[in-house]
Design a protein around this ligand. Structure first.
Ligand code: KG4
Ligand code: ZN
Length: 342
């Protein structure tokens, strides 16, 4: 295949159906995305069966729209291969995407490239709009951090693109912790951005009671489930329910739904949550950068849309004199362009 290869990419691992046309490992010629988050907000989380049905409805439609744009651009017959996410993700959702993409490719005699969703999140750092220069492509080797609803992963990416896992979460993912605590505070799913907006209401200089972050055995591992328990304890105190145990999160979430926290308490817990999660990620990244002085820093995944995290990582990169690449928000959250790049 030539270097300028053109890939039609399909992503359907969780609750976003997405299709993109990507040239040369990063130039996004067309992309469409259909998010199901409003649908899943009603149930407080993704119901896998519902997600799979929605992908079935949307993926073929989005392929049609992207191909119409490909025809307008005069490249509809130049596609070299179809890339599709084959994991990790919800099995039903993955099967729909893989089935539709494979059938489409088979009908045109094109090869199918099974693609890893996490590699996609890292490769989002290489994406650029159509016509934009590739000059700002990340420098390798790099430390890569993926923070999403399902994953928290730290890797070293070698100059040839090979990845070595340094560490990751040993329990909840960073986004999962944001979402669970946001739910407790009454925000609809997915609650990360809502929690961050609530935290931003904390008055400047307000004293935030810190939430403990568990120390992990391995230097590059993270643990976020303790933050959730500590947030529940603070929430119980803030709402006068001190006789309840933090053990049963689902029951407690229901109780908090019936007796919403006073706004001041919710803001304090949101601010403490964000501070704890951002602090832990910042510390892990800094350790990895110090141990890998030859590396730049690449960040991806939905939680990389978090303002304070972006600021903290920019700060670390400045302190450690490294180049930092974080894609624009639309390529941090799940999308198909990153699958095309990978
Ligand atoms: O990468 P992504 O779109 O999907 C997965 O692969 O999981 O990440 C979604 C996650 C959710 O947990 C969501 O709450 C979180 O990213 N998220 C945020 C923000 N925006 C999205 N978390 C904190 N602050 C944000 N601004
Ligand atoms: Zn993702």
């Amino acid at each position: 295949m030539s270097r300028e290869r053109l890939i039609l990419a399909v992503e359907s691992s969780c609750d976003e159906s997405a299709v993109a046309l990507v040239r040369d490992g990063g130039e996004v010629l067309a992309e469409r995305i259909a998010s199901q988050s409003d649908l899943h907000a009603a149930t407080g989380g993704v119901i896998p069966e519902v997600a799979a049905r929605e992908h079935h409805r949307w993926v073929p439609k989005l392929i049609g729209e992207v191909m119409a744009e490909a025809a307008t651009l005069g490249v509809a017959n130049e596609i070299d291969a179809v890339a599709v996410t084959t994991g990790p993700g919800l099995i039903g959702s993955l099967l729909v995407g893989a089935g539709v993409a494979s059938a489409w490719a088979w009908g045109r005699g094109l090869p199918v490239v099974p693609t890893n969703h996490l590699e996609g999140h890292f490769r989002a750092a290489w994406l650029r709009s159509a016509g934009a220069s590739a000059a700002s492509a990340p420098i390798l080797p790099a430390i890569g951090l993926i923070v999403s609803g399902g994953h928290t992963l730290l890797v070293r990416i070698e100059s040839d693109g090979a990845m070595q896992r340094l560490g990751g979460t040993i329990d909840d993912a960073a986004g999962e912790a944001f979402d669970k605590i946001a739910r407790l505070l009454g925000a609809p799913y997915p609650g990360g951005a809502a929690l961050s907006a609530l935290a931003a209401k904390a008055p400047r200089g307000a004293r935030i009671t810190p939430l403990p972050i568990a120390k992990t055995e391995q230097p590059y591992d993270f643990s976020f489930s303790g933050v959730k328990t500590a947030a529940i304890r603070q929430a119980l105190v803030a709402s006068g329910l001190t006789d309840r145990s933090p053990g049963r999160a689902a029951t407690l979430t229901r109780q908090f739904a019936e007796h919403p926290l006073p706004e001041k308490g919710a803001i304090a817990i949101a601010a403490a949550t964000e501070q704890a999660i951002v602090g832990a990620l910042r510390a892990g990244v800094q350790r990895a950068l110090r141990a890998n002085p030859d590396c730049s820093l690449i960040v991806g995944g939905g939680v990389a849309a978090n303002g304070p995290l972006r600021a903290a990582l920019a700060n670390v990169a400045r302190e450690e004199r490294r180049v930092l690449v974080i894609p624009p928000l639309k390529w941090c959250t799940d999308n198909a362009a990153m699958i095309g790049a990978a």
